[in-house]
Write a protein that binds this ligand. Structure first.
Ligand SMILES: [Zn+2]
Length: 501
């Protein structure tokens, strides 16, 4: 095993003897590309490697002494198998895999090798991920980020072999997803009046959403949209007040926190609305999973509403909060008809989660243990290790929401971090970090909070646990940060340290 500045660290890299100098300017010519690899983002890869002039497909390109030839070989067709083998000998490389994703991750490894140094050893690298869900979330509701940044963010995830982008598109402070059947959701719900009197907001067009989904797909990433219901719904209710218990007209809030405004779970119109919204979501997104939120939902308004109390009586539900279980079952039924699987925050366990729902645990491991005990597939995203809105050091940092999450703790994240979870490993899909943006007003700040922590997350989720070594990771990190800087990403300086753990 030789040590190269690769993140995440591959399962094995063995030197096969000798090395060669990367040409100062080279073309990467791909052979063996077929229908399964036709969506490889060639231009993206040519920009990824600083000395690369072109990534071209096919043998028609006449051979050139500075070409690096890359052969792609499909082993068998197993789309869920993300493993790959990369062999490099002089200026010839071969990636063997059973899937598009495997080719893509092999190419990312090759790109890192060609970007991080000029002397390239001949080698064989055998690699596969530890977890199948390696996710990153971005909240575009608290602050809105233009589509150009969303695409750049997704490209960052692909570099580090993360394969799920959880797009938090709706919340109290903004609704960002265009819904043709309910145009007021964005006409009203995408905009708020700030305390200084300025109007803040924005939303995506359907074309922009489609562009994100297809670019992500070409980069090996599934986009999971989140429509947060029935709480965190103020922007929705500003546009559609008839869907709340008291039908009161409200404004889109301009402050943070948990709001009393919730969808009324007793009205049929609520489910007609959800049906219309999720039908359009299913048109826009090709992911198997759709996130339905379910977090931090107060039930105070439900307890006061005659319609909700009648519904509780009819369903023999004892406390108003139990209505959320009824609500979630109805939403899950809508998604089932659309052939989608619901994902919800761990609160949905409290009132009886739909049997086919995946639980995303953001509080502590107890909830993940509850989820697997009830037989749910589960994703670990605990605040303790995965909240990138937390401070990166105890002092000297820009204002954040709170908490303390240094790089070393992200690196130590283990989705199988208890005996019970380990025993139920087959139900643990993987892990994810979350970027809530209450205190991140622009893309540069999101990047500051994400890099380098995303590198630690990548290795925690991809590499075998036995290979984890924070000291080695820190040695491999600077070359990666240099590449990211060249590509125009902001980051937190490695020299700042993380003071404490
Ligand atoms: Zn109600």
């Amino acid at each position: 095993m030789i040590e190269l500045p690769l993140i995440p660290r591959p399962v094995t890299v063995d030197a096969t003897g000798g090395s060669w100098s990367r040409p100062n300017a080279f073309r990467l010519v791909i052979q063996g590309a077929d229908a399964s690899t036709k969506s490889l983002p060639l231009e993206y890869f040519s920009h990824l490697m600083p000395s690369c002039t072109t990534v071209a497909v096919g043998s028609d390109a006449s051979a050139h002494t500075h070409d690096i030839s890359l052969q792609l070989t499909l082993r068998s067709n197993q789309p869920d198998d993300e493993g790959y083998t990369l062999e490099i000998h002089q200026q010839r490389a071969e990636i063997t895999s059973s899937s598009y994703a495997g080719f893509l991750w092999g190419l990312q490894t090759l790109a890192q090798l060609l970007s991080h140094g000029t002397e390239i050893p001949n080698l064989v690298c055998v690699d596969r991920p530890r977890f199948r869900w390696r996710g990153m979330h971005l909240d575009v509701a608290r602050h809105f980020f233009p589509v150009e940044f969303v695409l750049k963010f997704i490209e960052l995830l692909s570099r580090y072999k993360l394969n799920r982008f959880h797009w938090h598109l709706t919340d109290d402070q903004g609704w960002r997803l265009p819904i043709d059947s309910h145009p007021l959701l964005t006409e009203i719900g995408a905009w708020r009046l700030e305390s200084d009197g300025s109007r803040y907001g924005g939303c995506y067009s359907r074309d922009e959403v489609a562009g994100v989904v297809s670019h992500a797909r070409s980069l090996g990433i599934e986009v999971i949209p989140e429509i947060d219901l029935p709480g965190h719904a103020s922007a929705l209710l500003a546009a559609c007040p008839d869907l709340s218990c008291d039908c009161r007209k409200i404004d889109v809030p301009n402050s943070w926190g948990v709001f009393e405004n919730t969808l009324c779970p007793s009205r049929e119109s609520t489910y007609q609305f959800a049906d219309a919204v999720f039908s359009e979501v299913a048109d826009l997104f090709d992911s198997r999973y759709v996130h339905i939120g379910g977090d931090e939902c107060p039930s105070g308004n439900w307890a006061k509403h005659t319609g909700c109390r009648d519904r509780m009586h009819q369903l023999e539900i004892k406390s108003a909060s139990g209505l959320q279980g009824h609500f979630n079952q109805r939403i899950a039924r809508i998604l089932r008809e659309l052939d989608r699987t619901p994902v919800g925050w761990d609160e949905i366990l409290e009132s009886g989660a739909p049997s086919d729902s995946v639980i995303m645990c953001w509080r502590d491991l107890r909830y993940a243990e509850q989820a697997v005990a009830a037989g749910h597939e589960t994703i670990l995203s605990p605040m303790s290790h995965c909240y990138f809105d937390f401070y990166q050091a105890r002092d000297g940092e820009p204002k954040a929401i709170g908490g303390h999450l240094p790089l070393s703790r992200v690196y130590g994240f283990d989705p199988l971090g208890s005996e019970l979870l380990e025993a139920n490993a087959r139900l643990i899909l993987g892990g994810q970090a979350n970027v809530w943006t209450e205190y991140m007003g622009n893309p540069e700040h999101v990047e500051y909070m994400t890099i380098p922590r995303v590198c630690a997350l990548s290795e925690a989720l991809w590499s075998d646990k036995e290979s984890h070594d924070f000291g080695s990771f820190l040695k491999r990190l600077p070359a990666n940060i240099q590449s990211l800087t060249r590509a125009g990403y902001n980051h937190r300086s490695l020299d700042k340290g993380s003071s404490g753990s």
